[in-house]
Every structure is written in structure tokens, then in C-alpha cells.
Design a protein around this ligand. Structure first.
Ligand SMILES: NC(=O)c1ccc[n+]([C@@H]2O[C@H](COP(=O)([O-])OP(=O)(O)OC[C@H]3O[C@@H](n4cnc5c(N)ncnc54)[C@H](O)[C@@H]3O)[C@@H](O)[C@H]2O)c1
Length: 262
């Protein structure tokens, strides 16, 4: 059987670790050529070597997603190497830790720059190349925290909510050029992003409210993105896919059924 991403050239941001690492491995397994970007050059090079050893064509570049010049260099290098770009996983992201009362201006600005401006710059950088190819699929990674509020991570939540609307707006603008834009909203995923939150017990409550009773493996997010990148999702555009084990399916999950008395 033909691999689902044979002939695809996919850019993955934040590929050096966590979910980006899983996206890269999954796209490679599905037959894509890869363009990997991250600010962690050493880990990125290690991943690229590993994938090349398995026969995947890989271009690895230093990329700070908040820097438009980096994006232009990356897309130029990708087209020089592979002729085109047909997929983008805007995955790189950082957490902010304050509430509306104590988020610092620096933390706010950096979080917006990476999580929100980075997604904008990425879409804007690849769209002309995809339009020339007549096809493209962009997957933007938001979060359930872009849909449901928490007291901490004020800037983070602002960016993830924004990414959802940015994806929909881009889906309208780019659809006529054959470019689909969709959003994935992970719940909790087992990556370095979670820091020591498991040890402190901070995840006990959300895991307790997750019907599947656990957090996700990064590969479970990568599987959904691979579907969206592939032609199997050829009519999926402007959509949001929540991948959270059911954590946000219903806040009234334990409400007793109403008793009918008459
Ligand atoms: N882990 C979770 O529980 C979770 C839940 C929901 C959403 N998300 C989102 O999923 C995405 C991936 O998160 P993760 O869990 O893999 O996080 P992670 O911290 O494990 O990995 C993030 C990667 O992004 C890279 N990165 C950070 N800033 C960058 C920049 N300016 N330019 C390029 N690369 C940069 C890091 O070097 C790292 O390789 C993020 O957008 C995150 O917000 C994560």
C-alpha cells in the first residue's frame, strides 16, 4: 500500500523534542520528506540523523518561529532542496505561568511571539509555495486551554484561543488555493512541556476528570496531525479536533440523570 504522505514535503516546528519529535517520526513513517525547525540545534540534529539513517530525506534548520527572517530562510532552503512544501505542522509552543494579575509583560510578549505570531508567520511563509503547488495542508496546534479557561497560563490561553480563530480565517482565505487549514487541540500530553507538574500532583485533578484515565502519548497527537496532512482529510478544512481523552467532553459528567416523577 502507498504510504499516506508519499510525495509530501512537511515542515514541523518545535521538532527537537516532545510532540514535534513525534510529528516528525510519524510523518517520516508515512513517507514524507521533512523540513524540521527548532531553536534546540543539537537535539534537532540528532533527530535528523536518526531519520536519515532510516531512509527519510530531512532538512534540519535553526528556526525561531517568532522570527520572520528565519521563516524565509527555511522556506527558501526547503524549496531549494525539495522543490516545494506541501505540509506544515505549526507545533512549537511555550507555556506562560501567571494569572491576569501577575503575568509579566515579558512573559506575555514572548508567549504571544512564539505561540501566536509564530503560527501567523509560518502560515504566511508557506502559503505562496503551497499555492504554486496547488495543494497544501496546515495543522496548527492549539490546546484545550484555548477553549476552556484556567487561572494560570493567562498569555498561553490567549494565544491558543487566537490560534483557533487564525486557523479558521486562514482556512477561508487559503481554501480556494487548495490549501486546507485545521487545528488540533491536545489535552495533557506526556512531553517535557509538563515539567514537574506530575510530581507535584498538579495533574491529578485533570487526569481524574479524563474518561480515559491518563494523559496522551505524543504519538497519539501525531496520528491525528498525520491524518489531517494526508489526502484522507481532503474535505476537512477549518476544523478543530480535540484530542484529550474526553477530558473536556462534559463538565457535568457526574450529574445524576433527572428523575421523571409523573
Ligand atoms: N504537552 C501538553 O500537555 C500540551 C497540551 C496542549 C497543547 N500543547 C501544545 O503542543 C505543542 C507542543 O508542545 P510539547 O508538549 O511538545 O512541548 P515541549 O516543550 O515538550 O516541546 C516544545 C518544542 O518547541 C520548541 N520551541 C520552543 N520555542 C520555540 C521557538 N521560538 N521556535 C522554534 N521552536 C521552539 C522547543 O525547543 C521544543 O523542542 C505546543 O504548541 C504546546 O502548546 C501541549
Amino acid at each position: 500500500m502507498r504510504a499516506r504522505l508519499d510525495g509530501a514535503v512537511v515542515v514541523v516546528t518545535g521538532a527537537a523534542m516532545g510532540q514535534g519529535h513525534a510529528h516528525a517520526r510519524r510523518c517520516a513513517a508515512e513517507g514524507a520528506d521533512l523540513v524540521l525547525g527548532d531553536i534546540r540545534d543539537g537535539e534537532l540534529a540528532t533527530l535528523a540523523e536518526r531519520l536519515r539513517a532510516d531512509g527519510t530525506r530531512v532538512l534540519a534548520r535553526h528556526l525561531d518561529v517568532s522570527d520572520g527572517e528565519h521563516w524565509r530562510d527555511l522556506v527558501d532552503a526547503a524549496t531549494a532542496e525539495f522543490g516545494t512544501v506541501t505540509g506544515l505542522v505549526n507545533n512549537a509552543g511555550i507555556m506562560s505561568h501567571g494569572s491576569v494579575l501577575d503575568e509579566t509583560p515579558d512573559d506575555w510578549a514572548r508567549t504571544i511571539a512564539v505561540n501566536q505570531t509564530g503560527v501567523f508567520l509560518g502560515m504566511q511563509a508557506v502559503a505562496p509555495v503551497m499555492r504554486a503547488a496547488g495543494r497544501g495542508s496546515i495543522v496548527n496546534v492549539a490546546s484545550t486551554l484555548g477553549r476552556y479557561a484556567s487561572t494560570v497560563g493567562f498569555a498561553y490561553q490567549a494565544t491558543k484561543g487566537a490560534v483557533r480563530m487564525m486557523s479558521k480565517s486562514a482556512a477561508l482565505a487559503l481554501g480556494p488555493a487548495g490549501i486546507r487549514v485545521n487545528t488540533v487541540l491536545p489535552g495533557l500530553v506526556d512531553t517535557p512541556f509538563l515539567g514537574n507538574s506530575r510530581d507535584t500532583g498538579a495533574l491529578d485533578d485533570p487526569i481524574g476528570r479524563t474518561p480515559l484515565g491518563r494523559i496522551a502519548e505524543p504519538e497519539e497527537i501525531a496520528a491525528v496531525a498525520a491524518f489531517l496532512l494526508s489526502d484522507e482529510a481532503s474535505y476537512v478544512n477549518g476544523a478543530e479536533i480535540v484530542v484529550d481523552g474526553g477530558m473536556t467532553a462534559g463538565s457535568l459528567r457526574s450529574l445524576k440523570p433527572a428523575v421523571v416523577t409523573s
